[in-house]
Write a protein of this length. Structure first.
Length: 310
């Protein structure tokens, strides 16, 4: 990425001016930019991956920024700027997972690990589609919120370390159709000099992927979000488990602008069920505190930095 990187990949804002050849947008429009501003449709490519905001190119933690007109999408009318700012990465990743090549159906069992941004959006989008959601967390308080958001079954993986067995009981031995597998995540936290990578503990405890495989029905889908680490499981045993169960492991690289438009139609159709769950909103001046709060893992859903004042 560029030197002195401007962080953050997700934004919502108001169009302040447009180029003379721009036809689709006007001053005052409420918009989000896609996470990878070059990923318009179809599968990701090396070229589109190189356009990821806040990583490969400068991000959005700034009052003003220019964007290619074709990278923007309209914000659903039901959402505030703060709510809409949570959509480009976490929501679209969950949407791509559950509405990808093998989309979930009404009545499917969907297992979401943890209660972070992607997991909560996965829960909400699955509920909107009529699926049955099983959620895990190490916190009973967070699981209460997951239940309020529509999870039919919740499992505390600290008190039930063999949570894959509980999943099989819930599904009457069949296993789930889809898993949102957040093995572990790397977040950037700023200090006075630079951005440092901090490694978070895996949301389901150490070694979630083998348990996810054991929780999945034959022919099921496991959607990999984040990075597999702190896991001493032999890769060969994972492969054998996938072969035996004809299970697909699919890595998710956020999503395209076309998928973003489709997701926003779903959100507009189910505004209550899909309303983004925001834990806290920090002012621009406290951006570092926002990163520290995110690193603490005390949050559920999304943490927002409000750049402009009312």
């Amino acid at each position: 990425g560029p030197t002195n990187l401007v962080p953050c990949s997700d934004m919502a804002g108001e169009v302040m001016s447009v180029g003379e050849d721009v036809k689709d947008w006007k001053v005052g429009d409420r918009v989000c930019a896609n996470f990878a501003i070059g990923h318009l449709h179809g599968d990701p490519t090396a070229a589109t991956i190189a356009t990821g905001l806040g990583g490969q190119v400068h991000g959005v933690l700034t009052e003003y920024r220019t964007f290619p007109a074709n990278s923007l999408v309209s914000i659903p009318r039901s959402l505030s700027y703060e709510e809409a700012s949570t959509l480009p990465c976490a929501a679209l990743t969950a949407y791509n997972a559950l509405h990808g090549p093998v989309p979930m159906k009404a009545g499917d069992y969907v297992l979401v690990l943890g209660t972070g941004g992607v997991s909560i959006f996965g829960l909400q989008l699955a509920v909107a589609a009529g699926a049955v959601v099983i959620a895990t967390s190490s916190s009973d308080e967070k699981l209460k919120i997951a239940s309020k958001l529509g999870a039919k079954h919740v499992i505390n993986y600290k008190t039930q370390p063999n949570w894959e067995q509980e999943v099989m009981k819930i599904t009457n031995g069949a296993g789930v159709d889809h898993v949102i597998e957040v093995c572990s995540l790397k977040y950037m936290t700023p200090d006075a000099l630079s951005l440092k990578l901090k490694l978070f503990e895996q949301v389901g405890g150490q070694g979630t992927l083998p348990k996810s495989i054991q929780s999945t029905r034959p022919g099921g889908q496991i959607h990999i979000i984040g990075f597999v680490s702190q896991d001493t499981t032999d890769a060969g045993s994972l492969v054998v488990g996938c072969i035996k169960g004809a299970i697909t492991l699919r890595g998710i690289q956020i999503g395209s602008r076309a998928q973003f438009v489709d997701m926003n139609r779903l959100i507009a159709a189910h505004p209550i069920v899909t309303r983004p769950y925001i834990d806290r909103v920090f002012p621009f001046e406290k951006a570092k505190e926002a990163y520290s709060y995110l690193e603490s893992q005390a949050h559920i859903g999304k943490v927002v930095i409000k750049v402009t004042r009312d």
